[in-house]
Every structure is written in structure tokens, then in C-alpha cells.
Design a protein. Structure first.
Length: 328
């Protein structure tokens, strides 16, 4: 039986990769020896091997224990039976594991590290790919933030944080009439939406340096793990600490992918043009028109001022409005 490792088992295949499970054997109080290691699987795929009333329990379960029989073979027991009939719980099984002597535990750590180091090259590749993804991501953010006027960039951040995504302008309708022989003027404002901003997110305030540092540090530490077979105990400590970061790096990879997707949604031309409508300051709007065209690569066939005037005129005409203002 291979020694158990500090790994968490997430699939039946994981468990079988580490233990030679006697899948047909039944366990009862008589042949029970000790709990070996707890597991919590993603799916109900382990069948309980506890013997109840002469029959296999067979309950499909996610949470349970690898349990050793008196003859040394190991079986899988669901947590209900394990607790009810064998008084096993995570604490007692893990406590039993801690009783193993120091050498044995060091051996287990060494095996874990050695098994993970078989994937060393793929971790190195992953780190390199992530470094490049992050660099591209950072470059695109810089390009966007440099293109937009400061004021607009800040408004995008504010709107993201307040989750105020809809861009609304108001138009004014003026009605005139006579009442008791006197001229009466009535002015009212009505909202008109330019749609919701899409793709705003944490990329607007991405902390480049922290993440770039995290990635580069991880890559350096990986490279520092010696490639030879026999690692010293100190090297095992270092390798273990480095490999513990694999999960963090993988989650950063996912986060970056999600934020990149948001950013691509944001730069859709139909969305970018909404940024022209985030302020009533005509000079800033004109600068934004130029930024939007630079980012989409479209040529601006008129002056930016004319571009804005056309937007405003279209809204005014549509409603025969006498005034326009952005909804604050
Ligand atoms: Zn059971």
C-alpha cells in the first residue's frame, strides 16, 4: 500500500491513484483496523463498503474515509457509517495521522513533492504563459487609460463601483399656452437612455505591480527547485512552499481571463461610444470622441464637435425638445 500524502482527494480516480482500494471487500467492526485519510469528492462516486446486516451499505457518497482493514487492505467508507459504527471523524483520522513518526511524515511530504515535481515543466510553462497574458493585459489597460480623458476614466470607475451603468440624458419639452388671457410656459424634463455600459470591472483599477510581482516571484521560486532526484529536507520545504502557490496562480489565471473578457466587452464600438455621453462638458466630450475613434480604429470623418452636435441634434429632433442635459 502506498503511503498516504497530504493531498486532498477530489475524485475517485485521485484516491485510486494513491491507494490500492479493495473495491469488493466489505468492512465491519471485526476486521476494522484504523482510519487512514479523509476525502471529500466533487461528485457522489464512492460506494460505501461498510457491511450492515450482512449486506454492503453501498451508499454513494462524496465525503468519507479511506479505512484500513486488519489485513492491511484498504476500503472506502462513507462518513455516515464511519461515524456511526467506527466513531471516525476528520479530527480523529487526522489526529491518528499526526501520530505517525517524523520520518514517516517527512517521507510522505517528499513523495508528495516528488509527485508534483513530475509536472514541474507544465508549471513553468503555465507561469510563463501567465506572465505574458498579464503583460498584454496591462498593456491594454494602459492603452485604454491613456486614451480617455482623466475625467471620463474616473467616471467609469465611479459608475462601476456604484453599479450605475445606464447612461441617461434628459430632454426638455416646452409647452406654451394661454390661461385667462395670459401666456403660460411649462417646461418638463424626460429621460432618454443611451443604454447600459458593459464590461466595467476590476480591470479599471488593476494593481499591475502586485500581480506582476506575484507571478515573477512564483516563476523564480519554481526555477530554484533543483532538478535532481534526491532533494534535501530544506529543498523539500522550499519546493513544498512553492508548489502550494500553484492553486493561487491558477486562480489568478482564471481571474485574468474573466477580466480580459470584460475588457473586450467594454471595447465593443457600440459600448465605447456611450462614454461620450458621460459628461456635459463639451471639451471633454470632444476629447472622448477622439479617444473612441482611436481605440476602435475608425476614422472620424468630421470634427469631434460636429460628432457631438449630431448626437444632440438627433435626440432633440426625435422629441422636438428645447433642451438637453445629462442625468446626474
Ligand atoms: Zn455506508
Amino acid at each position: 500500500m502506498p503511503s498516504t500524502e497530504f493531498m486532498e482527494f477530489k475524485t475517485l480516480a485521485d484516491i485510486q491513484g494513491h491507494f490500492d482500494i479493495a473495491l469488493d471487500l466489505l468492512l465491519n467492526k471485526e476486521n476494522f483496523s484504523h482510519g487512514v485519510w479523509p476525502y471529500k469528492l466533487y461528485q457522489l462516486e464512492a460506494s460505501c463498503q461498510y457491511e450492515k446486516l450482512g449486506k454492503r451499505c453501498a451508499q454513494q457518497h462524496q465525503k468519507g474515509y479511506v479505512v484500513s482493514c486488519t489485513d492491511g487492505s484498504v476500503v472506502l467508507i462513507g462518513h455516515c457509517c464511519a461515524y456511526k459504527y467506527l466513531s471516525l471523524d476528520d479530527e480523529s483520522v487526522k489526529a491518528g495521522f499526526k501520530q505517525l513518526d517524523a520520518n514517516q511524515r517527512q517521507l510522505i511530504r517528499r513523495r508528495k513533492v516528488e509527485s508534483l515535481l513530475k509536472k514541474r515543466q507544465s508549471y513553468i510553462e503555465q507561469g510563463k504563459a501567465l506572465h505574458m497574458q498579464h503583460r498584454d493585459f496591462q498593456a491594454r489597460i494602459t492603452e485604454l487609460s491613456n486614451a480617455f480623458p482623466r475625467q471620463i476614466w474616473q467616471k467609469l470607475i465611479d459608475r462601476w463601483k456604484m453599479n450605475r451603468l445606464e447612461v441617461v440624458w434628459e430632454y426638455q419639452i416646452t409647452k406654451t399656452g394661454t390661461e385667462n388671457g395670459q401666456k403660460v410656459v411649462e417646461r418638463s424634463w424626460y429621460p432618454s437612455s443611451y443604454g447600459k455600459l458593459i464590461g466595467l470591472g476590476a480591470w479599471l483599477e488593476w494593481d499591475h505591480q502586485t500581480y506582476a510581482g506575484q507571478i515573477s516571484d512564483y516563476r523564480k521560486q519554481l526555477e530554484l527547485i533543483p532538478a535532481n532526484d534526491e532533494l534535501t529536507n530544506a529543498e523539500i520545504d522550499h519546493a513544498e512552499a512553492t508548489l502550494n502557490n500553484v492553486a493561487a496562480i491558477t486562480s489568478l489565471e482564471r481571474e485574468l481571463a474573466a477580466l480580459s473578457k470584460m475588457m473586450s466587452d467594454f471595447v465593443e464600438p457600440s459600448n465605447l461610444v456611450r462614454t461620450v455621453q458621460l459628461t456635459s462638458n463639451q471639451a471633454v466630450r470632444a476629447e472622448t470622441v477622439v479617444a473612441v475613434h482611436r481605440l476602435t480604429g475608425e476614422t472620424l470623418a468630421m470634427t469631434p464637435e460636429r460628432f457631438i452636435a449630431d448626437i444632440d441634434v438627433a435626440l432633440k429632433r426625435k422629441h422636438e425638445a428645447t433642451g438637453l442635459r445629462i442625468q446626474q
